[in-house]
Design a protein around this ligand. Structure first.
Ligand SMILES: C[S@@+](CC[C@H](N)C(=O)[O-])C[C@H]1O[C@@H](n2cnc3c(N)ncnc32)[C@H](O)[C@@H]1O
Length: 263
């Protein structure tokens, strides 16, 4: 399937609503779209580091106020791993907050719409939430990041967040990536019960049929998996079960967080 060079207008309107909600708070986690406290923040985000075994530059795609990149640097140091934080976000105001948080790193935070963004350089580690694009764009989005943003030999880590308070399981990122024909080299989960899901692909393993600068990489690798952002988490015989809520969409989940409900 061919995807347009711009994200759908309805999707962009939802992103703008999220930006406004994040900017209403002074709390660094809420400015990153998270409704819980420090302990849960760490439990649900630190498993990203399972993908990172050596020093390097780390780009957070959809970095909001830069707090996740900052946290990963701190937690990495505790593991003896030195990460240099970078970020890109479509919100100029959120990027400004990221720059204010770390003035010495201000130049590392870019304003950009990731579906169109041409990075000034490549990064060893790139972390990207799946819902920066509509689900049907996921395969093309991941291939675009691998072919244009991840350094050769580097790693793309894709994340998905559910909701503990509303018993919503995260998207099965690894399954979706596999359904798009990508080779998943590892995965991890965060929270108790598990409410965040991460899976990674390595640039060296990917078949990159399109060259940077071409438009055709927006057309490759459609995802056949279903949208789980609105699914409910239940337990049956000790196994997690899925119930599809066809009205569920990722942005609504965020709006509820910022409307006072905790994830
Ligand atoms: C939930 S916050 C994520 C913050 C942090 N990366 C984390 O995972 O905790 C999502 C951020 O992604 C940004 N975003 C969403 N879609 C985007 C896109 N297509 N291009 C650039 N930024 C995007 C939003 O502006 C928002 O600041």
């Amino acid at each position: 399937m061919s995807h347009p060079s711009q994200l759908p207008n309805a999707f962009l309107i939802q992103l703008r609503a999220l930006e406004a909600a994040y900017l209403q708070s002074d709390d660094p986690r809420q400015q990153s779209g998270f409704g819980g406290g420090a302990e849960r923040w760490r439990a649900e985000r630190e498993p990203i580091l399972e993908a990172i075994r050596a020093d390097g530059d780390l780009l957070d795609v959809g970095c909001a106020n830069g707090f996740l990149a900052e946290s990963l640097v701190k937690w990495g140091l505790e593991r003896g791993i030195v990460l240099r934080p970078y970020g890109v976000d479509r919100s100029r105001r959120l990027v400004e907050l990221a720059r204010q948080r770390r003035p010495s790193m201000a130049a590392n935070f870019y304003v950009g719409e990731v579906w169109e963004w041409e990075p000034p350089r490549r990064f060893r580690y790139v972390y990207a939430l799946h819902d920066c694009v509509p689900l049907e764009y996921l395969g093309a989005y991941v291939r675009r990041l691998v072919s244009r943003v991840v350094a050769p030999g580097g790693r793309l880590i894709v994340g998905a967040y559910g909701s503990r308070s509303r018993k919503i399981v995260p998207l099965d990122v690894a399954g979706c990536l596999r359904s798009a024909g990508l080779k998943v080299t590892g995965q991890s989960q965060g929270g108790a019960p598990s409410v965040t899901s991460f899976a990674w692909v390595d640039a060296s393993y990917q078949d990159m049929p399109t060259a940077p600068g071409t438009e055709t990489d927006r057309n490759a690798g459609d995802v056949a998996c279903s949208h789980h952002s609105g699914s409910e988490m239940g337990r049956a015989g000790g196994r997690t079960t899925w119930r599809e809520d066809r009205t569920g969409v990722g942005w609504r989940r965020h709006m509820r967080v910022l409307g006072g409900r905790r994830r």
